[in-house]
Design a protein. Structure first.
Length: 259
């Protein structure tokens, strides 16, 4: 999915994937990321769903309901698409936080991030896991949770070459080599591709809006400001985060203990 879905899911272990904070300040870097996302989105349109359906059948993944994918041990965070937020927030308004790994910071110390994520309980478990390790909103769970561990995302291999990744967390949970019908495989492939397209569309919209906002308002990308604000955040102090949702930025105040 994206990295490891929860990571990406998380933004890296994937049910979402986010960008790391390593080089997140300069306009040139943000523009490069936007270009890469646009290229991947175009390639995804050309990817044959039938080919992916065959990979799904060959993998034969079967969920055993172990709940491990819903822990930070396996997945870093659950990144939410806008459609997930619109569905979950009216019923559970207190379970959302700005996704971790803030992509930018302006000269005033405000961070910017591409969407929301789910809170955790006890710093490790998804907020919706009950005592028996079952999801309390399973029928209405986020799309990343529906497609996990499947993914269709380009990543660099050890040689630095980009290749398509198809599965997250191989052999860390569930069972494999089970029988999957052609119809089910086609449905899984279709839903996974839909998620990946929606995720990329949201990321592309975020970076475009971010670059436009900084240009319009005269905001500056200041590496030192980013580092100082991140230091405060790591110390447990509250920071301001502008979260991209439904085409605009919403301000949130968060501290490290909320994650």
């Amino acid at each position: 999915m994206i990295g490891d879905v929860w990571s990406a899911k998380k933004g890296a272990s994937i049910p979402g994937r986010n960008i790391s904070t390593g080089e997140s300040i300069s306009k040139a870097v943000l523009q490069k990321r936007l270009t890469g996302l646009e290229e991947e989105r175009a390639l995804l349109d050309e990817y044959p769903a039938e080919e992916y359906a065959e990979i799904v059948r060959d993998t034969g993944f079967s969920c055993t309901c172990c709940g491990r994918c819903c822990t930070k041990e396996v997945n870093d965070h659950v990144f939410l698409l806008d459609e997930d937020v619109r569905r979950i927030r009216p019923v559970h308004p207190d379970v959302l936080v700005p996704a971790p790994y803030f992509e930018a910071c302006d000269q005033n110390g405000r961070f910017y991030v591409s969407g929301y994520a789910l809170k955790t309980q006890d710093g490790n478990l998804c907020t919706f896991l009950d005592d028996s390790m079952r999801c309390r909103i399973y029928a209405d769970r986020p799309l990343i949770c529906r497609v996990y561990p499947y993914m269709l995302h380009r990543e660099e291999n050890a040689s630095g070459d980009l290749r398509w990744c198809h599965l997250s967390g191989l052999n860390t949970h569930g069972e494999y080599n089970e029988s999957i019908s052609p119809e089910d495989a086609a449905s899984i492939a279709e839903e996974t591709i839909r998620y990946e397209k929606a995720y990329l569309d949201q990321q592309i919209a975020f970076f475009r809006a971010l670059l436009d906002l900084f240009e319009k308002e005269g905001f500056r990308y200041v590496r030192r400001t980013y580092d100082l604000a991140m230091r405060d955040f790591c110390r447990g102090e509250p920071v301001r985060v502008m979260v991209f949702f439904d085409g605009r930025f919403e301000e949130a105040v968060v501290s490290r203990d909320m994650y």
